[in-house]
Ligand binder design. Structure first.
Ligand code: DX5
Ligand code: ZN
Length: 216
């Protein structure tokens, strides 16, 4: 499978979201990455159900919802109903990750498990078989436009090893500080999905940047 590109709308223009979504619809973007923050799990608050419902009406692309919230299990069904196709929860935020991942799958969505830069890949060993995707954070979550943490690279190799040893076909997504310089290395390491916010939306030609990220 060639890699996928998932623009993060955190860096989009929320005063004119329709225009940015129209651009994404016409672009080579595969998924729309939606960052939900509660001001508790991360020191920032972003958006919730109503915005996701509106985005759902404006695109037929896959909605990849990244929950940076405490006790995400309380809200899984509501995010699914709002239009999420993929729901990713942080290992650090959930009491019973295996059960939550199973619940996401039972709702007909794909289930992702996310780890922060400081959380070791080994902590995923008990839950990886329940996940459709692992999201490795390459910045500390909370804000767009941060620099990529290089310590993410060995984690990709370690994760690939774990997936192979369990004979699973789990997708690997990386999120935070991805740009046109580091993206080729990530693809070479075997990343399946690149999330990018600032690199795309701070550019004068976001559609072209998506094209460049897609054609590495
Ligand atoms: C960070 C979010 C990311 C962020 C990525 O907490 O999870 O998805 O929007 O933005 P950039 O690509 O600007 O680091
Ligand atoms: Zn994200």
């Amino acid at each position: 499978m060639s890699h996928l590109v998932a623009p993060s709308l955190l860096s989009a223009n929320f005063l004119n979201l329709e225009k940015d979504i129209a651009m994404l619809n016409e672009s080579e973007a595969d998924w729309l990455h939606l960052d939900v923050m509660d001001g508790l799990f991360v020191p920032n608050i972003s958006f919730g159900f109503s915005i996701i419902e509106q985005i759902r009406k404006a695109t037929s692309k896959i909605l990849d919802v990244h929950l940076m919230i405490v006790e995400p299990e309380r809200y899984l069904e509501r995010f699914r109903k709002a239009g999420a196709d993929i729901i990713s929860i942080h290992l650090e935020a959930v009491k019973n990750p295996a059960e939550a991942l199973q619940n996401i799958r039972n709702m007909g969505a794909k289930a992702g498990i996310v780890i922060n830069p400081g959380t070791p890949v080994s902590s995923l060993s008990g839950v990886i078989s329940m996940a459709d995707m692992v999201l490795l954070m390459s910045v500390n979550p909370g804000f767009g436009g941060q620099s990529f943490i290089p310590g993410t690279l060995p984690k990709i190799a370690e994760l690939k090893q774990m997936i192979a040893s369990h004979q699973l076909s789990v997708m690997i997504e990386v999120d935070g500080g991805i740009d046109l310089q580091n993206a080729p290395v990530l693809i070479k390491e075997g990343v399946d999905i690149l999330v990018a916010g600032n690199t795309i939306f701070a550019s004068p030609d976001p559609r072209h940047v998506i094209h460049q990220l897609k054609n590495i």
